[in-house]
Design a binder for this molecule. Structure first.
Ligand code: BES
Ligand code: ZN
Ligand code: ZN
Length: 465
């Protein structure tokens, strides 16, 4: 399906948005009334004779336009129309593109007979093409990068394991002219990454640390992105119950997100240097598995008492964060991880949890969330929760001694591996809830959502000198 920005066109179908207010004076209001259409948000009605599809919106806000466009594109794709047109302006272009590209996304890799849609072209009709051309191109790049992330998240653990994840990253590097360095287990041992290595020990797949870099000539800033890349999280010996294990192919979503982000940044040709690090590991059981009661030594020398092998993401991230700080002197460092079920309990499954020490940085991301249309909220660290990570026999325990505030204690575990000089440069994003969905919402469909890609691209686009 192609999307074209154009001045004027006659397509098979024209999409029109209606609020309850604008319905009152609409030229076909009688026909719509007969059909029972009352312009409620996310409802549609085909006016076949007029070749119009009307979509209800509560108001013309970008959130509502994006959501309604997502509903519209799905019904157009299942109709017989070969082309459709939406009218756009500078204000709504991003929302309409997100609705079409993200709301119209389908993952058919494992369908033997994927349904073919007749829809070939979507026209975005505007008054002045030149005026919105660049906003159009940027929105397409970011939405495509989001779908790239979704595709990897949705890929099954047999096809997407640490070595094939590394291969995929290498291909991305080749296509987008990025530097690429992959560390295998021998090199991880040399780097003394005892925590990351322990998590992957029982897997038949070798753990890999992926490092991609986008280096423009005179970068305004240097950014490090770190992603949790658990290609499967069985829980390890602290095995997950059967029903919680299903969907754990998505535990690599943080790693997939940082690949999507560096893809977007390099295609937008932003003048920021970006490094993406992914700890690609599979958490399995076996005679060689790491155990509750083990004490691991992480790359920075911290000893960690393992009390639950299902709290594996923080162990991988501890080493990758240490490595990233050693390799790159960044202005900012952001990590993305499907880290805790507790984050979903705290915020619901639509919202990304932001944690860290810098109030200003957290504030910047609340803003980036609002303009990008992703839901984000901050969760506060405090010294009382920090005490719960104390271990009697090692420097720190990998789980808190009390169950409440689990997203925050996981974040504070990571904070332990952030060097003093980087404390205010770092934020942790828990995408456990927002990265994957089994029922559609907003512009998300079943599976990976690509959480993080839109708000991070937005933040990097607007980063100041
Ligand atoms: N990958 C999970 C977190 C998760 C849960 C992500 C549900 C998405 C949906 C993580 O590795 C994990 O298992 N965390 C444990 C931590 C606990 C053992 C302290 C959890 O959340 O239960
Ligand atoms: Zn786990
Ligand atoms: Zn996990």
């Amino acid at each position: 399906m192609k999307i074209k920005l154009i001045n004027d066109i006659k397509s098979d179908l024209t999409v029109e948005f209606l609020t309850k207010e604008s319905l009152k004076d609409y030229r076909y209001k009688k026909t719509l009334k007969k059909a029972g259409f009352s312009a409620s948000q996310d409802t549609t009605c085909f006016l076949h004779k007029k070749e119009i599809l009307v979509c209800g919106v509560d108001d013309a806000s970008n959130d509502n336009i994006r959501s309604a466009t997502s509903v519209a594109i799905k019904s157009i794709k299942s109709s017989n129309n070969k082309s459709a047109s939406f009218s756009v302006d500078t204000k709504n272009i991003q929302a309409v593109i997100e609705g079409i590209v993200l709301g119209g996304y389908e993952f058919t890799k494992y369908k033997s007979k994927p349904k073919k849609s007749s829809l070939k072209t979507v026209y975005l009709v505007c008054e002045d093409v030149k005026e919105i051309q660049s906003a159009f191109e940027e929105a397409i790049i970011i939405a495509d990068a989001t779908n790239f992330t979704r595709d990897i998240v949705n890929t099954i653990p047999d096809d997407l394991n640490p070595p094939s994840f590394a291969k995929l990253a290498k291909n991305l590097a080749k296509e987008n002219n990025l530097e690429c360095n992959i560390l295998d287990e021998k090199q991880l041992k040399k780097e003394k990454m005892g925590a990351m290595l322990a998590v992957g020990r029982a897997s038949v797949h070798e753990s890999k640390l992926i490092h991609l870099a986008y280096k423009p000539k005179n970068p305004k800033k240097v950014i490090t992105l770190v992603g949790k890349g658990l290609t499967y999280d069985s829980g390890g010996l602290s095995l997950k119950p059967a029903t919680s294990m299903v969907t754990m192919k998505m535990d690599k979503a943080g790693g997939c997100a940082v690949l999507g982000m560096i893809k977007a940044v390099s295609e937008l040709k932003l003048d920021v240097e970006v490094h993406a690090f992914v700890g690609a590991v599979e958490n399995m059981i076996g005679g060689d598995a790491y155990k509750p009661d083990d004490v691991l030594t992480s790359k920075d020398g911290t000893t960690i008492e393992v009390r639950n092998t299902d709290a594996e993401g923080r162990l991988v991230l501890a080493d990758v964060l240490t490595y990233a700080q050693q390799e790159v002197k960044a202005d900012y460092m952001f990590d993305f991880a499907t880290l805790t079920g507790a984050c979903m309990v705290a915020l619901g499954s639509y919202t990304t949890g932001i944690m860290g020490n810098s109030k200003r940085l957290k504030h910047d991301f609340l803003k980036a969330g609002r303009t990008s249309g992703e839901l984000v909220a901050t969760l506060p660290f405090n010294k009382h929760l920090k005490k719960l990570l104390k271990s009697e026999i090692a420097d720190i325990s990998n789980v808190a001694s009390k169950p409440y505030g689990g997203a925050i204690t996981a974040g504070m575990f990571l904070d332990n591996f952030i060097k003093e000089e980087n404390k205010d440069k770092w934020l942790h994003f828990d995408i456990a809830g927002s990265a994957y969905t089994e029922s559609p919402w907003d512009c998300n469909v079943y599976g990976g959502t690509g959480a993080g890609v839109r708000f991070m691209s937005n933040f990097l686009k607007n980063i100041k000198l």
